[in-house]
Design a protein around this ligand. Structure first.
Ligand SMILES: [Zn+2]
Length: 322
């Protein structure tokens, strides 16, 4: 991975390139911003630029190839083991960092999901940050930097990452996935500027399953609630995807609200369902739509608290379909 192959984030690339060129890299960085926007790719590009024998992250020297194959002896990756990063993991890294670099000008440690360090691990890492060595570079990545110890944050140079503009993401999706304009628009809108979401397992959910979910919801009749219960059960089974499913529901009811208030159709997410949106919007009013959006937000909060998922989805879907 090189800086030039990363899409967007030009300001961040610039800052890092200039720091390398002037020999003024910080001893620790905190790349902070939403999941899946390219923080880890940027960290790997930075590592390669530092480690490269040609000082450019050329991609062809043996050092660059080792970085790409994840077997460079001076590049270490730390990520959660299960749900947290534990103190033993931090101690192992500290031991590594106590040796001189073997091949590169410095040892580099990438800590992905840094906010998932438990208390002991965080306190231990703090010691390393308090006593920086000239030949070690730490790169912390976090989607929830507010969960990190304030003392850790303040000892890192912070580099914020924002979501990619929807049009940039759409262009890349059309080019890389071969999807059409409409699908590119929907994927980009639902993945909220996250490459990881748009390119990963959510693609099918956003393009195909979304149609089935919305079809069942909008075909609801008070005399047959069974399809809604079946849908709730199916959705509740996949815990990891529930937040993304709520995103789909939210986007649909937001579309209805925007449509009712005369926003142009190209501003909507579900531009492949315009006929359905026109039809359903006629039956809804603003107050009811706002209540439905609030119900979706409430479900999101409930699911964060580990309530009975199926029950929560049944209540929500019945509310939305009514
Ligand atoms: Zn190279």
């Amino acid at each position: 991975m090189t800086f030039s192959r990363i899409l967007g984030h030009d300001r961040q690339k610039d800052i890092l390139r200039r720091a390398i060129d002037s020999g003024r890299l910080a001893h620790a960085y905190l790349f902070e911003g939403p999941e899946g926007v390219g923080k880890r790719l940027m960290a790997l590009a930075l590592a390669r630029a530092v480690i490269c024998k040609n000082n450019a992250g050329c991609g062809v020297c043996p050092a660059c190839r080792k970085v790409d194959h994840n077997n460079h002896p001076d590049l270490h990756l730390l990520e959660p083991d299960g749900t947290t990063i534990k103190i033993e993991q931090v101690r192992n890294i500290q031991k590594e960092l106590s040796f001189r670099p073997l091949e590169a000008p410095m040892k580099i440690c990438l800590i992905d999901g840094a906010d998932r360090m438990n208390q002991a691990a965080a306190n231990s890492l703090l010691k390393t940050l308090e006593e920086p060595r000239g030949d070690a570079l730490l790169i912390l990545l976090s989607a929830r930097p507010e969960s990190l110890l304030g003392t850790i944050r303040s000892r890192c140079q912070r580099l914020p990452f924002t979501r990619l503009p929807q049009d940039t993401l759409k262009g890349v999706l059309i080019e890389q996935l071969g999807v059409d304009e409409i699908q590119g628009h929907i994927l980009a809108a639902l993945s909220e500027g996250s490459f990881k979401k748009a390119l990963g397992k959510d693609r099918d959910l956003y393009l195909k399953q979304r149609l089935e979910i919305l079809k069942t919801l909008t075909a609801f009749s008070p005399r047959s609630v069974l399809p809604i219960f079946d849908l709730a059960q199916g959705l509740a089974e996949d815990k990891d995807r529930l937040p993304d499913i709520l995103d789909i529901l939210q986007a649909f009811y937001r579309d209805l609200l925007l449509y009712r208030h005369g926003r142009p159709e190209c501003d909507l997410v579900n531009i492949d369902l315009l006929e359905k949106i026109r039809r359903v919007a006629l039956k809804e009013n603003t107050a009811a739509l706002l209540r439905k959006l609030e119900a979706i937000a409430a479900s999101r909060r409930q699911l964060d608290r580990n309530v009975n998922r199926q029950l929560a989805m049944e209540v929500l879907l019945l509310h939305l379909a009514a």
